[in-house]
Design a protein around this ligand. Structure first.
Ligand SMILES: [Mg+2]
Ligand SMILES: [Zn+2]
Length: 220
């Protein structure tokens, strides 16, 4: 019996055209945040530590301004809504696995994806500066201190039942890509997949992913 497809799709830079955290920092963080960003990309500090640090630079009272900023400036990648429709029509479970933060991820996906299908980080605005919460941290099988641990989420689904498909764009998708059955990659994740000898299918719009999934459906 063939396995059932299940898709785990990244948010920042994958569903949205740009990385929202980077965009938020460009507009709201004081000078010097780039150093932390570079440390994350070079894997000198963990994603959890880095993202926590970045948001701790920003006052909590900027919450609504940031959410409005993301809503009004972020663009969904071409084909995403049709991709969601395609997965529904074909009964393919689709989960969003995001290192993004609830207060801008939920509003961006409102009306497109149910909250129950979204794994992302949480946030608290009780303190003077924004504090990030981590409801989906790493299991014992991951020592990357991911923040929102994508491989842990993937492991929550039985590998003998599901063909796990990962869609992503960056370093935060690498650990999930390593244990996925199939990887759709763009941007920096392409480089990383090559480096780690992980087979991948490059994409730039979600129409290409639909096409690929449809073709496979036919040839099987
Ligand atoms: Mg991303
Ligand atoms: Zn992890």
């Amino acid at each position: 019996m063939s396995k059932r497809k299940i898709i785990f799709c990244d948010f920042d830079g994958t569903i949205t055209e740009k990385d929202n955290i980077i965009d938020i920092m460009k507009n709201f963080a004081p000078r010097g945040w780039e150093y932390t960003k570079d440390q994350i990309l070079k894997q000198e500090i963990s994603i959890r530590e880095g993202v926590g640090k970045l948001f701790s630079l920003i006052p909590s009272n900027k919450k609504n301004e940031i959410a409005d900023y993301v809503l009004s400036t972020a663009k969904l990648r071409e084909g995403f809504k049709d991709f969601v429709a395609y997965t529904k029509e074909n009964n393919i479970p689709l989960y969003i696995v995001s290192g993004g933060i609830d207060f801008f991820v939920y509003p961006m996906l409102n009306g497109i994806i149910n909250k129950e299908q979204i794994y992302c980080n949480g946030s608290s605005f009780q303190g003077e500066k924004i504090q990030i919460l981590w409801p989906h941290s790493c299991d014992s099988g991951c020592n990357n201190d991911c923040g929102c641990c994508k491989p842990t989420i993937l492991r929550g689904f039985d590998s003998s039942t599901y063909e796990k498909i990962v869609v992503g764009d960056s370093i935060t998708d690498l650990q999930a890509a390593k244990i996925a059955d199939k990887v759709f990659a763009r941007d920096y994740l392409i480089e990383k997949c090559k480096q780690h000898h992980i087979p991948f299918i490059p994409f730039s719009t979600f129409y290409e992913i639909i096409e690929f999934l449809e073709e496979k459906e036919v040839t099987i």
